[in-house]
Design a protein. Structure first.
Length: 202
């Protein structure tokens, strides 16, 4: 049986900063001043590029939600968002956790806690950022993916020697997904490749 979601006490609930509602500001770990990421931040760009591929806007899953920088955007679009990561107090500062539209689980997806074990319904988007276990997380959601064919957001790291930190892209391609949009961010030693993956099956 899947574990229970995070239970919030009132002190945690009160951390939420309503001034950031529907803006591009959010709190990062250890930073007690909200940062304005702007419309051009990579997270918002990826979110915007995913929207045209959505047939429905029912439920989303955010694995590796951290402090909720993607989760906030998803709450603007979906009826409900299921989030997985250890608890960061910044998550509570960015997300109105009193809303019934967000369910947070304070643990990592592993061999005992696979997405498929939760038997979620009407899943229209899955975002995974758990490097380097992204492929493992997606394989544990295969039944959900095959049933609902959601839009999937992933990121991998391409190093200068040609290796990557995981094979989620290849796995998704093997189950009939293709790249709908790609956003690359480059540093001196590696490339962060962000993908909107869409099903070839209509």
């Amino acid at each position: 049986m899947p574990p229970s979601p995070t239970i919030w006490d009132q002190a945690t609930v009160k951390l939420y900063d309503p001034a950031n509602e529907h803006t591009h500001k959010f709190y990062c770990e250890g930073n007690h001043n909200s940062n304005d990421q702007g419309v051009n931040c990579s997270r918002h760009q990826l979110y915007q590029k995913a929207l045209p591929f959505l047939k429905h806007k029912r439920n989303a899953i955010d694995v590796g939600c951290r402090w909720g920088e993607f989760t906030r955007y998803f709450t603007w679009t979906f009826n409900h968002v299921y989030c997985f990561d250890k608890f960061y107090k910044e998550f509570a500062m960015n997300i109105s956790i009193e809303k019934k539209s967000v369910t947070h689980y304070s643990f990592y997806i592993d061999t005992h806690n696979k997405i498929d074990n939760f038997e979620y319904t009407d899943i229209d988007l899955i975002k995974v950022d758990t490097e380097p276990t992204d492929e493992f997380v997606l394989r544990g959601a295969e039944n959900t993916i095959m049933k609902y064919r959601p839009v999937i957001l992933i990121e991998d790291i391409l190093y200068h020697d040609g290796t990557t930190n995981h094979n989620a892209l290849r796995y998704l391609e093997s189950i009939n997904y293709e790249i709908g949009y790609e956003l690359i961010e480059t540093s001196k030693v590696k490339k962060y490749r962000n993908y909107v993956m869409v099903s070839k099956q209509q």
